[in-house]
Ligand binder design. Structure first.
Ligand code: 6PG
Length: 475
């Protein structure tokens, strides 16, 4: 066996769903992969199931054996739970590494941890990369989108492998080195925040059609399926259409009708929101989605409240399907725009020089939020962007002009019908905020000065001013 050691192109540690899929994807592209796992009894079955790919794979029972199996400078990909397990793994593997080796955390890690770890690696000759991987198990196996952080040295090392295994959009690999330290994990986190908002918006349209329109899940699914041929074409619409048309074999009912309405979450949506708030950015569509998942788990309260808190709703004529389609498009544009603005703010804060066009491009295939719209965003970011604002790109503002009235009608109908549309409503409110030259913060400043002497700027003079709030004149 010894002669097989030391020539693996990469090591993959962690043979859960994502790790094993990525290892097989790498093997499929002709790379030699050393694999290992904390539970060593997973290794033999994995190699057995690899079938014809097995000759490209070397199983290692111990960490020492695993590291020894990889050619130097080593690339070692960890697909293990983020947080404390990753820190423990770094402590265990560091003494086994040599100069130039790179370890990659491919999990959904908090970018703050990635920055801390990158800082700890600085000057050690070893490299740490935080890499966001999107696309679920299927993507990992056949072409994910990958968002890579870390050093240029590590990127040179990883590039041939990740470009080979990435999803391709018109031949362009959906992977990029986005910046140093936590840039890759931050972009992945915001990807997930956008994912949360988009999923929620789709669910809200479903809720409106179901609860105010009395439509069946398969009928709504069929409508969504038709939208796949238009500007909403996306993976999330595709899976929603398929899910709504799936029948439960046990009961013969639509499967979604048999699923408890309590959504799980692993935390990336919440992280996006927390970081957005720290950066002073609106993430109202993402907050709506995170909050809705929170409320979904409070089933008991909702059931108790239903008879006691009446909707006082009026009968409304539901908007036409084409109106719903355009409303969702407008909301999707606005939800993504919030995500891109969070990325821009983080890029400035951490000096990452994030390339929004490239990020849009690598999200066009492989990842969960892939959609036709991302190609439009990529083109907009590559073109002239007034004030660097996506919504001011002519192609994007034209799309909003065509669709915003639909979003108003849909939100209005939902409000009158008593159906909650927090993410669609947040998108619309945000649109109406950013489009108004004169906002209402004049009164906020007056209130602050009134009770706290915080001062305000005047529209007609320089400097800081205070009001004489006793000079009230009643009309
Ligand atoms: C992806 C997804 C993935 C995420 C799931 C579940 O890009 O492939 O974002 O990373 O883990 O979508 O996330 P929640 O459990 O938080 O919904």
């Amino acid at each position: 066996m010894a002669e097989r050691y030391g020539d693996a192109d990469i090591g993959v540690y962690g043979l859960g769903t994502m790790g094993s899929a990525l290892a097989l994807n790498l093997a499929d592209h002709g790379f030699k992969v050393a694999v290992s796992n904390k539970e060593t009894d997973w290794i033999a079955p994995f190699l057995q199931e690899a079938g014809p790919l097995a000759p490209h794979l070397t199983g290692a029972q111990t960490l020492t054996e695993f590291v020894a199996a990889i050619a130097r400078p080593r690339s070692i990909l960890f697909m293990i739970p983020s947080g404390a397990p990753m820190d423990a793994m770094i402590d265990a593997i560091l003494p086994l590494l040599d100069d130039g080796d790179t370890i990659i955390d491919g999990g959904n890690a908090d970018f703050n941890d990635t920055r801390r770890r990158s800082a700890a690696f600085k000057g050690t000759g070893r490299h740490f990369v935080g890499m966001g991987v999107s696309g679920g198990a299927e993507g990992a196996r056949h072409g994910p989108s990958m968002m890579v952080g870390g050093t240029a040295h590590s990127w040179d090392q990883l590039r041939p492998m990740v470009q080979a295994i990435a999803a391709k959009f018109d031949g362009d690999p959906c992977v990029a080195h986005l910046g140093p330290d936590g840039a890759g994990h931050f972009v992945k986190t915001v990807h997930n925040g956008i994912e949360y908002a988009d999923m929620q918006m789709i669910a809200e349209v479903y809720g409106l059609l179901r609860d105010a329109g009395g439509q069946s899940a398969p009928d709504i699914g069929a409508l969504f399926e038709r939208w796949q041929d238009g500007p909403l074409s996306s993976y999330l619409i595709e899976v929603s259409a398929a899910a709504l048309q799936t029948i439960d074999p046990e009961t013969g009912q639509p499967l979604v009708d048999m699923i408890l309405d309590q959504a799980g979450q692993k935390g990336t949506g919440r992280w996006t929101l927390i970081e957005a708030l720290k950066l002073g950015q609106s993430a109202s569509t993402i907050e709506a989605a995170v909050g809705a998942r929170g409320w979904s788990s409070e089933k008991g309260t909702r059931v108790a409240a239903e008879p006691q808190l009446p909707a006082m709703a009026a009968h409304v004529d539901l908007p036409e399907p084409a109106d719903l389609e355009r409303a969702l498009l407008a909301a999707r544009i606005l939800g993504h725009t919030q995500g891109f603005r969070i990325l821009s703010a983080a890029s400035a804060e951490f000096d990452w020089q994030l390339d929004m066009a490239r990020i849009s491009e690598i999200w066009r295939a492989g990842c969960i939020i892939r959609s036709a719209l991302l190609d439009d965003f990529a083109a907009a970011f590559r073109g002239d962007l007034p004030l660097n604002e996506l919504v001011l790109a002519p192609a994007i503002s034209d799309m909003l002009e065509d669709s915003i009235a639909s979003l108003r009608r849909v939100v209005a109908a939902a409000v009158m019908a008593g159906v909650a549309v927090p993410a669609l409503g947040a998108a619309l409110a945000w649109y109406d905020t950013i489009r108004r030259g004169r906002g209402t913060a004049d009164l906020i400043q007056a209130q602050r000065d009134f009770f706290g002497a915080h001062g305000f700027a005047r529209v007609d003079a320089e400097g800081r001013h205070h009001g004489d709030w006793n000079r009230v004149q009643k009309t």
